[in-house]
Ligand binder design. Structure first.
Ligand code: DGY
Length: 325
């Protein structure tokens, strides 16, 4: 009886221990327990001894890296639902399979979107500061005041799984829902939201705008000065998708002018380095990309990525295959 050699997987970052144990058991895996960040050149060089890569959104997998990968690499599994860090056409051209981890982070990410809405509207930052810095000295009926969430209009930009989960939660707050998506979703998935075929058509109806679309050539920089100008005065923008969908300068200018009442940001262009302009505002509630950051969600993401690798190297079609095989 012959035993099949285990597939060799290069894991670029430290993953939850449960996931690393499984990788260790089922693959010839090179783990990165010290979580040392590898350069593109290092990943390309190391890949020569591997059949597959398990990467994260922190490892840009652009054409330069994909072109430099050896022929032994047949699959890239990413520990994320987002795939904007991977040049999928380049992988496709090279016959490399790519899979992501949808579904398992939907609820956690939608929870963060609601946290951003509530935190931005109700003054989580300035409120916390008042208490923490001992500035809660003279409570007044008129100061400080936040903004209502209940009964207001929420526009969801991107009605995929996460957008739908945001819609479901927002109905519990009595919000009136609108959404823009490339295509309308079925009534059971829209939670009563009104469909707008064009983003511009939705923006004037948004007291709150929640960015939940993928970062693509079409959506990048789409929340720019022009788009913000279409929002009602005093609107609130929250982003739990990708930082590069929002134009930082335009958002900062709108906060400065008072066009926007507040913002809630879990993601930033160029993160973890962020536009320093945001730090000046007490009405900008910011988190360090916590969308999927719960223990159970991160384990589930890792297991899903490993399921995809396991299926592929068994000769089956991975559940979350985006290209290849
Ligand atoms: C994803 O999976 O794309 C998330 O943004 C990572 O937290």
């Amino acid at each position: 009886m012959t035993t099949m050699a285990k597939a060799r997987i290069l894991v670029t970052r430290h993953l939850p221990p449960e996931v690393e144990s499984r990788l260790d058991r089922d693959f010839a895996a090179s783990l990165n327990v010290s979580d040392r960040i590898m350069s593109t050149a290092e990943i390309a060089e190391k890949s020569k001894a591997f059949d597959g890569l398990l990467i994260t959104p922190m490892d840009p997998c652009r054409k330069e890296l994909i072109d430099a990968l050896p022929a032994s690499i047949r699959m890239i599994a990413t520990f994320s639902v987002g795939t904007d860090h991977i040049d999928i056409p380049a992988a496709r051209a090279k016959g490399i399979a790519v899979a992501n981890t949808p579904d398992v982070l939907t609820d956690a990410t939608a929870d963060i979107a609601l946290l951003l809405i509530l935190g931005a509207a109700r003054g989580a930052i300035w409120g916390d500061r008042m208490v923490r810095e001992n500035k809660w000295l003279a409570p007044s009926p008129t100061f400080p005041l936040g903004h209502d969430v209940s009964g207001r209009r929420l526009g969801i930009y991107g009605m995929g799984r996460i957008g739908q989960a945001v819609a479901k939660r927002a109905t519990a707050f009595g919000m009136t829902l609108h959404y823009h998506n490339r295509k309308p979703v079925t009534a059971d998935l829209s939670h009563g939201a009104t469909y707008h075929p064009a983003l511009d058509g939705m923006l004037p109806h948004c007291d709150f705008l929640s960015v939940n679309c993928a970062s693509t050539a079409e959506t990048r920089d789409s929340i720019n000065a022009r788009a913000i100008g279409l929002l009602p005065d005093g609107a609130i923008v929250v982003n739990s998708a990708r930082g590069d969908i929002v134009n930082d300068e335009a958002l900062i200018a709108a906060l400065k002018s008072g066009k926007l009442a507040a913002a809630g940001l879990d993601v930033f262009k160029g993160e973890p380095s962020i536009n320093p302009g945001y730090r000046k505002f007490d009405n900008v509630f910011m988190l360090p990309h916590l969308g999927s950051a719960t223990k159970n969600t991160r384990i589930a993401m890792g297991m899903r990525a490993v399921d995809n690798l396991a299926a592929f190297f068994k000769g089956e079609r991975p559940r979350d295959l985006l290209t290849g095989a």
